[in-house]
Unconditional design. Structure first.
Length: 298
């Protein structure tokens, strides 16, 4: 990335992105429906309530400029043990606040994503960091199924297990274009090589044409992972509002299968990024149907 690209990047600007997206001066940090979060807990996470197009919205972002003194590996956008629990709590507090409201009044949850991963240290592993990030992932899945429109906006990095919990359970995922240095991938090719035992040269060759091995916004778009690429920072607000409305409409029509992880699989098939997915699902279903009577009533 050259200097001009660095000047254009949104990496590390999660708080700036919040201000660019919400209604002016409407963000109440660490407050969700009267519940107050300890500002010293999970400093790498930013949670709170704002208005977006006049409507109450829960905002969850990660602050790549924050440091967690209790867990030294949590900096630069890493989502740590405390951050995961704080984000999950924000989701559950949102669900609790709207539990008795009709579907049309369930507030949206907007995720601002800029994370290089988890990178847990020894203490986090001992304490059970996987429970924290897994709990956050489950919270978003439950909120999505409860009717809350969830839209993730990738402004910088969306990598590995941190993206798994902070983004991939959203109904729709949006991303700034690669011109902003935006980066989306599961793991570097060197790690894939170690796991698959494939030569790095072969993986590099595959990464030029195969979206499964390649990193980047355009490839993830082809896989159906990104619903829409945003080409201008000033367009983020309008595009997010548009997708919240689209998600809410699909939920009202009972078309939840077109949203979230399942919907991204369908979209990837339509875009030619997942050419064998539907065929594989059909084969698995057929094989199960052939033997299900041996297990269903067992």
């Amino acid at each position: 990335m050259n200097m001009e690209e660095l000047d254009n990047t949104m990496i590390g600007r999660g708080r700036d992105a919040i201000d660019m997206i919400i209604d002016k001066d409407s963000f109440q940090e660490n407050i969700i429906d009267g519940y107050s979060f300890d500002p010293d807990y999970g400093p790498g996470s930013v949670v709170g309530t704002a208005k977006l197009d006049g409507k109450l919205t829960t905002i969850i972002a990660n602050d790549a400029m924050a440091f967690n003194d209790r867990f030294p590996v949590v900096f630069g956008g890493v989502i740590g043990l405390e951050e995961g629990y704080k984000m999950a709590t924000a989701v559950y507090r949102t669900m609790e606040a709207d539990k008795d409201k009709p579907l049309a009044e369930k507030r949206a949850i907007v995720l601002i994503v800029d994370t290089p991963g988890n990178g847990p240290g020894k203490m986090e592993e001992i304490a059970g960091m996987n429970k924290s990030t897994g709990g956050y992932q489950l919270a978003l899945a439950e909120a999505r199924k409860a009717g809350h429109p969830i839209v993730a906006m990738v402004i910088g990095r969306a990598i590995s297990g941190a993206f798994l919990c902070h983004g991939l359970q959203a109904d729709h995922i949006l991303a700034l274009s690669k011109d902003f240095g935006t980066m989306i991938h599961v793991m570097p090719l060197t790690s894939i090589a170690r796991i698959t035992k494939m030569d790095i040269e072969r993986l590099e060759e595959l990464s030029t044409s195969n979206p499964v091995f390649a990193a980047g916004v355009d490839f993830f778009y082809k896989l159906g992972g990104v619903q829409e690429i945003v080409n201008q920072v000033e367009d983020m607000r309008a595009v997010i509002i548009k997708h919240i409305d689209e998600v809410a409409k699909l939920k009202a029509e009972g078309k939840g299968e077109l949203l979230g992880p399942w919907g991204r699989g369908i979209l990837g098939n339509e875009r030619g990024g997942r050419t064998h997915r539907m065929e594989a699902i059909a084969k698995v279903n057929a094989e199960f149907a052939a033997v299900e009577d041996k297990y269903i009533n067992a």
